[in-house]
Design a protein around this ligand. Structure first.
Ligand code: TXA
Ligand code: MG
Length: 365
């Protein structure tokens, strides 16, 4: 029996897989995937096994969406609470019909714009999809990824693939090969390694199942980019990730602690000059690592370790490095991580959402 995983809400999840399993590793070119390798992985999906695969956002932990036993294995392998539903991944628009029951015609402009890509859409669920996938909800989250390996794996499997991010519950999502090896080795039948993911943050989630379309999770796509095809898109307060707005029941995943690095993370928010001063004070108290932008790095004390996420003018770069740095093994040499805030424009909304949710404490400067 594996060690129980402690969750934030003191709920203990006991992983009942008992023994370890041999994990088959397949290295597959991310642009031009080898079909012979992916056929092996697809065969495992069809047999009800778990396969970790890359997507353009983060790595996913995949299972046949129609196989209830395989779905249970996903929750066990991650230590994921069973009231947190999974996203179903499709590789063509025909597959969407197997997953949803809603008439999606009025959303074709939106789907044409964002699919394939880093956006998940929530529709009314088709009754063929087991309740365990959607945690009993009447709606289902669907994504058509653009990553060639993901597309080919789904196509060869011949079934929509249900997949949460391939991290142990509560940890930052995996964006690099070493992350999935660390979290999923001996927990799944197969891990497909295809290098780092492109965006490094999970997909943007939009709920289309409850009247007015609503953003549930900010991601790589700027909500403003969707205004043309979704003029009445509602952006709720909780999307900021500020603790006072969390706990909204619209998306079950919102109430769980996420993205926790191995050491405490303190996010400092406020006006730039004040942030610099506050970071300096906090960094003077404990051995600290400061997560910052290229533009700001020289303003912090020289003796403090600075890790540059990217330029404030290139927030996609910052996003793609965030989880990598939150999971960096070298962080353990420090007592705390201090993060500076980023502009909440474009993908900056998602960066701040993840930073606030990862933060052990938010300090106002
Ligand atoms: O980029 C991504 O979205 C990655 C890759 C692998 O596709 N997947 C991912 O899955 O991030 P996961 O399970 O880590 O996050 C899915 C989120 C959860 O917060 C869950 O609560 C929410 O989607 N969700 C799933 N189905 C839902 C539904 N029917 N209604 C509301 N929220 C839902
Ligand atoms: Mg996740």
């Amino acid at each position: 029996m594996r060690e129980p995983l402690a969750l934030e809400n003191n709920q203990k999840i006991v992983l009942i897989d008992g023994g370890k399993m041999d994990t088959v590793y397949l290295r597959v070119n991310s642009e031009n995937p080898d079909e012979t390798s992916l056929k092996k992985a697809a065969e495992l999906i069809r047999k009800g096994e778990l396969v970790v695969f890359p997507t353009e956002t983060v790595y996913g932990l995949g299972a046949n969406s129609f196989d209830e036993t395989a779905i249970m294995k996903v929750f066990e392998a991650k230590g994921r609470p069973q009231d947190n539903p999974l996203i179903i991944h499709i590789s063509n628009m025909e597959m969407l019909k197997e997953v949803v029951s809603q008439d999606v015609g009025s959303f074709s402009a939106l789907m044409n714009l964002v699919w394939p890509g880093p956006v998940t859409l929530i529709f009314d669920k088709n009754k063929e999809i087991p309740n365990s996938v959607t945690a009993g909800l009447k709606s289902v989250a669907v994504r058509f990824p653009s990553h060639p390996v993901a597309q080919e794996l789904i196509r060869l499997s011949g079934v929509p693939i249900a997949a949460p991010s391939a991290n142990l519950s509560g940890r930052p999502s995996p964006t690099m090969e070493e992350h999935v090896i660390e979290d999923m080795d001996e927990r799944v039948s197969c891990i497909i390694l295809s290098g780092p993911t492109v965006f490094g943050l999970e997909s943007t989630i939009i709920d289309l199942s409850r009247g007015r379309p609503s953003l549930l999770r900010p991601g790589p796509i700027d909500p403003d980019q969707l205004k043309g095809v979704l003029p009445d898109l509602h952006v709720p307060e909780f999307v900021s990730g500020r603790k006072e707005y969390l706990g909204d029941p619209m998306s079950p995943g919102l109430k769980y602690r996420h993205y926790s690095p191995d050491i405490p993370l303190i996010l400092v928010e406020g006006e730039t000059g004040m942030v610099v001063a506050k970071v300096g004070i906090l960094a003077g108290r404990k051995k600290s690592l400061v997560l910052c932008s290229e533009e700001m790095k020289d303003y912090y004390p020289v003796q403090v370790k600075k890790v540059v996420l990217g330029s404030r003018d290139n927030l996609l770069e910052v996003a793609s490095n965030l989880f990598k740095e939150l999971r960096n093994k070298e962080n353990k040499e420090y007592s705390q991580i201090i993060a500076e805030p980023f502009p909440e424009t474009g993908v900056g909304l998602a960066i701040m959402n993840r930073l606030r949710k990862a933060a052990w404490k938010i300090e106002r400067a």
